[in-house]
Write a protein that binds this ligand. Structure first.
Ligand SMILES: *Cc1c(COP(=O)(O)O)cnc(C)c1O
Length: 366
């Protein structure tokens, strides 16, 4: 094992090194879960429904329920009618939302904007639901006029609208209450709204002014990624929906002594542990401070870029700074995501003003 040990050491050094200059992807790295390391010794498996007891006891269902409770409350879910679970990431959370939507309205059409995350397109393909792409506005938000005229044309069909709260490149947010009003205006009663809030859902409740996206605004299910704003060593996500919707797809499985209500069978039991630990440690107050820090850093970054003549801009309440495509050199050094003619910097909670200064310095030199 001499050679392999050497390789592991090198790999660890390399990962440590590249995680410093990291401004382009929505991943927090400022967590410390070392207190939980003993749990890695156990085959923790959250198989089955987190709200039911199962025969398999090496699990963290209690903590998973607390994580679901926390986000259900944050998203203004009906205290008597919510359900959810910890997934393998935002993509699985989106798949779940769309699955529930299709089971509720099997003859529906899905509407989503051209700025929607690629996981949604893949999920729609997997579920084989007919779909229509709606135009995006220049800022990345869905074009409500195009949505209305397209819905009008298909008003005889049930409608599933997939809204995004924080698009991948511009962190644009579709307004769920506007979508709900369009559906009402057109008298489309058989409708379902799934909100993909992978990045921004975690701090949406703290934005001022508020941008409608949650259950009180008309969403039927909401998905987030756990490893993005909160941060986790293992990718994970959360999906929250109404319990009554979930009950439609629930099937009892005697082998596990629980209901099969989730996408995968065996489920990672460590992720709920990380999420729970982070939520308990931060509390609502800490989470809000985390957002305020990111928001301030982003505004600082945008202002500093404008000072050196870069046409940087941000969507309201966002932590993402959008700018014209940067040089290859800067893109490589800072690991910046670039699409078409734009590049973005995402000011995750671990990003500091010093890092922004260093980055802006590099930008000034090019
Ligand atoms: C990251 C992201 C996803 C996918 O989440 P994963 O956790 O990577 O599966 C979906 N939608 C949006 C808008 C995202 O930013």
């Amino acid at each position: 094992m001499g050679k392999e040990k050497e390789y592991l050491k090198e790999l660890l050094n390399k990962i440590n090194e590249v995680s410093h200059n990291f401004l382009g992807y929505p991943v927090s790295k400022d967590f410390d879960y070392s207190e939980l390391s003993e749990f890695l010794k156990y085959p923790i498996n959250n198989i089955g429904d987190p709200f039911e007891d199962s025969t398999y006891k090496v699990q963290t269902h209690n903590l998973e329920r607390e994580v679901v409770d926390f986000f259900a409350q944050l998203f203004n879910a009906d205290p008597k009618d919510y359900w959810g679970y910890v997934t393998n990431g935002g993509s699985e959370s989106n798949l779940y939302g769309l699955y529930l939507a299709r089971e509720t309205f099997p003859k529906a059409m899905v509407y989503y904007s051209e700025s929607t995350h690629y996981s949604v397109k893949k999920n729609i393909h997997l579920l084989n639901i007919p779909s229509i792409i709606i135009r995006s506005q220049e800022n990345g938000e869905i074009d409500y006029d195009d949505l209305e005229s397209t819905l009008k044309f298909n008003r005889h069909k049930p409608a599933i609208v997939l809204t995004t709260f924080g698009t991948t490149m511009k962190e644009a947010k579709d307004d769920v209450s506007k979508v709900k009003n369009i559906l009402k205006k057109l008298a489309i009663h058989d409708s379902y709204i799934h909100c993909d809030a992978a990045l921004s859902g975690t701090y949406g409740a703290f934005m001022e002014p508020r941008i409608p996206f949650d259950f009180s605004d008309g969403a039927d299910s909401i998905s987030i990624s756990g490893h993005k704003f909160i941060g986790s060593p293992i990718p994970c996500g959360v999906v929250i929906t109404r319990r009554t919707l979930k009950d439609r797809i629930s099937k009892g499985i005697s082998y596990i002594g629980s209901s099969d209500t989730t996408i995968t069978g065996s489920r990672n039991g460590h992720s709920p542990l990380f999420m729970w630990y982070a939520i308990k440690k931060m509390g609502l107050k800490g989470l809000k401070e985390r957002y305020n820090h990111s928001s301030e850093t982003a505004i600082y970054c945008k202002d500093e870029l404008i000072k050196i003549g870069v046409k940087a801009w941000m969507n309201p309440g966002s932590i993402t700074v959008v700018m014209p495509k940067t040089s290859e050199e800067i893109k490589e050094k800072w690991q910046l995501a670039t699409q078409d003619d734009i590049t973005h910097v995402i000011c995750m909670p671990n990003v500091t003003k010093q890092q922004i200064d260093e980055f802006v310095n590099d930008m000034a030199k090019q």
